[in-house]
Design a protein around this ligand. Structure first.
Ligand code: FAD
Length: 406
């Protein structure tokens, strides 16, 4: 039988975060008896934020994953938490119209704010730090495109300071024709963030089940009846698929592709520019380069995406991509980059417009999904949690149609 979500290997080798403390989550091995108000499928950042958005509403919530919690793509994330969507605002405006594109970017900025505030107020220990983003001109978006982008963002009320070549060289020691500096960014340890949210949800009554796959879903008498790999049938009023790049087959679409991406992390206290502690850096190039630092002074670097769903499994490529990332970073910041402590590669879901698809799954009743996360999976998970929770709780989210299944 075909699986309900598309099964795939999600990453190769151990990402940096797999060896950090505080990423264990107490779980059960089977679903609790009885009907469920909300069944969340997927214990990554998407499922964790979804559960958090529904806490303390008197709902019986079960969260289930076929893996151990946090062991999907969320473990591989470099966790640059940004409102900058992969498709710049001025380009998105051409695709979706100015008003819709502005609302999407504004919503993305609000989501980063909400997430950083939420993590602070819940006391989740995940090394969350507020940062700025430096968006560098590259071969895909040059100085002219960045000027248009800075104007488009300013008109949308989003901070975007355009820097010229001289200023960039002086303040950052980098040789580029232009860059945009923006606020509203953050970074974190994504495994600790996800695990911290899940532990909190568990302590507030959410049942977290590992090692159980959801294999089928049928509508029976207005409810959903869900089948599991253990042969159980569960009746759930709402089902939410937060299954990352193992997306629901029912909403698979040709505009949504899986590509391969690479990342690496240096040793702690690696030589690095002083300013890097406060910035996330993104290069408007194809293939792009992005990097940031961690509180213990590692440099985390990623990029080099390839349009192949399984190139990330190739061992030889892992070494070659890591060498290339180091070379590119050295050329940009002028620091030698030592052999990294961690190099990893992963599957990465992209959509043509860089936007996620969030909402009710067409053809089902009370089945919701969030998918197609691209480079903003954490920010988009927050938006998904807000929109889907509003739908379940019977409120209106006026931005819901901006992200609905297309
Ligand atoms: C190398 C890399 C770097 C990235 N960098 C960034 C970044 O800097 N910033 C950013 O915002 N985003 C980044 N992302 C994207 C972001 O990490 C992902 O979009 C995000 O982690 C997805 O979270 P998720 O919870 O949806 O998926 P996952 O973490 O994959 O969780 C989904 C879970 O669903 C489970 N599942 C699937 N199907 C079933 C089923 N049928 N039954 C039961 N369980 C099921 C899986 O086992 C999995 O554990 C990056 C991604 C990669 C790979």
């Amino acid at each position: 039988m075909q699986a309900i979500t598309r099964k795939r290997q999600l990453r190769s080798s151990d990402p940096l975060w797999s060896h950090t403390r505080g990423i264990a989550v107490p779980t059960q091995r089977s679903l609790p008896d009885g009907d469920v108000d909300v069944l969340i499928v997927g214990a990554g950042i998407g499922g964790a934020l979804m559960a958090t958005a529904l806490l303390d509403r008197g709902l019986n919530i079960v969260l289930v994953d076929r893996r151990k919690p946090v062991h999907g793509s969320s473990m591989a994330s470099t966790a640059m938490i940004q409102h900058e969507i992969d498709v710049p605002l001025h380009r998105l405006a051409a695709q979706r119209g100015v008003a819709a594109a502005r609302r999407i970017w504004q919503r993305s900025a609000r989501a980063v704010e909400s997430l950083t505030t939420l993590v602070g107020s819940l006391g989740i220990d995940c090394r969350m730090q507020r940062k700025k983003t430096l968006y560098l001109a590259g071969d895909a978006y040059g100085a002219r495109a960045l000027r248009s982008e800075a104007e488009a963002r300013a008109e949308a009320g989003l901070t975007a300071e355009l820097k010229g070549a001289a200023e960039l060289r002086q303040a950052f020691g980098m040789d580029r024709t232009a860059a945009i500096v923006s606020d509203v960014s953050a970074s974190a340890n994504p495994a600790q963030l996800t695990a911290g949210l899940l532990r909190l949800a568990g302590s507030r009554g959410v049942s977290i089940v590992e090692g159980v796959e959801i294999t089928d879903i049928r509508s029976v008498g207005g409810d959903n009846v869900v089948a599991t790999s253990k042969g159980d049938l569960v009746r759930a009023r709402h089902v939410v698929f937060c299954t990352g790049y193992e997306f629901l087959e029912a909403v698979a679409h040709k505009s949504h592709a899986i590509v391969s991406t690479w990342a690496m992390a240096t040793r702690p206290h690696h030589p690095r520019p002083e300013w890097l502690k406060d910035y996330l850096v993104w290069e408007g190039a194809d293939p792009y380069l992005y990097f940031r630092s961690t509180p213990d002074g590692r440099i985390v670097v990623g990029g080099e995406d390839e349009d192949s769903a399984d190139a990330f499994r190739n061992e030889a490529k892992l070494a070659a991509k890591s060498a290339r990332l180091r070379r590119k970073l050295k050329a940009l910041i002028g620091f030698d980059i030592e052999e990294p402590d961690y190099v990893w590669a992963a599957a990465f879901g992209v959509t043509a417009d860089g936007l996620p698809m969030i909402g009710r799954v067409p053809g089902f009743r009370n089945v919701h999904a969030a998918m197609g996360y691209g480079g903003n999976g954490i920010t988009f998970s927050q938006i998904a949690a807000e929109i889907i929770a509003a739908g379940i709780l019977g409120h209106d989210d006026t931005d819901a149609t901006l992200f609905s299944f297309r």
